[in-house]
Design a protein around this ligand. Structure first.
Ligand code: 4NP
Length: 162
C-alpha cells in the first residue's frame, strides 16, 4: 500500500501520522510506502515541530529525519489512499487535485476509526505538549485500523519513490 498523510503545515499532525503508520507497518512486516505532505507552503524543507518529535520519541518513534513538503495534484496518482487530518485540509486537497480528484482515494483519517462521523484531528499548532499527545492517541487508533483493513491488499497506484 502507498499511503499519504496530509495536514495544513506538514509540521505537526501529518509527520506524526507518517511516523506512526510507518512504525506499525514495520511491526506488522508490511512493505508499505508511507509519506506525508501539507496543503500549505509555510514550512517547506523544515523538520517536524519539536513537540511532534518529542511525543513521537516518547512513544519509541523517530521522526527527526522527515522534511516538510507541499501536497501536489499528482499525489492522487501515486498513492492508494490519502488521509486528510481535518475537513479544511480535505477541501484543499480537492481544490489542488483539480481534474485528478478521486473521491474513492481520499478520506478524513478519523473516518477509519469512526466511519461517517467526519471527526477532525485537532490542529495542535497553537497548543501545548498535551495537545500533541492527544493527536498521537487519535492517529494511533486510526492507524491500527488501517493496518488491519489493508494488510492483505496489493497496491494499485503508480510506482514512485517516496
Ligand atoms: P499541522 O499544523 O497542519 O498539523 O502541521 C500547523 C502547522 C503550521 C501552521 C498551521 C498548522 N501554520 O500556520 O504555520
Amino acid at each position: 500500500m502507498k499511503i499519504l498523510m496530509v495536514c495544513l503545515g506538514n509540521i505537526c499532525r501529518s509527520p506524526l501520522a507518517e511516523g506512526i503508520l510507518q512504525h506499525k507497518a514495520k511491526e506488522a512486516n508490511l512493505n508499505w510506502q508511507i509519506d506525508s505532505a501539507g496543503t500549505g507552503n509555510y514550512h517547506i524543507g523544515d523538520p517536524p515541530h519539536v513537540l511532534s518529535q518529542k511525543v513521537a520519541k516518547l512513544n519509541g518513534i523517530d521522526i527527526s529525519n522527515q522534511q516538510c513538503r507541499q501536497f501536489v495534484k499528482v499525489d492522487l496518482l501515486h498513492f492508494d489512499k490519502i488521509y486528510a487530518m481535518d475537513s479544511e485540509v480535505y477541501d484543499d486537497i480537492k481544490k489542488i487535485s483539480g481534474e485528478l480528484w478521486d473521491e474513492s482515494k481520499v478520506d478524513l483519517l478519523m473516518n477509519e476509526a469512526y466511519p461517517t462521523e467526519n471527526l477532525d484531528v485537532p490542529d495542535p499548532w497553537y497548543g501545548t505538549e498535551i495537545n500533541y499527545h492527544h493527536v498521537f492517541k487519535m492517529v494511533s487508533e486510526a492507524c491500527d485500523i488501517i493496518i488491519e483493513k489493508y494488510k492483505n491488499q496489493k497496491s494499485k497506484a503508480k510506482s514512485q519513490k517516496v
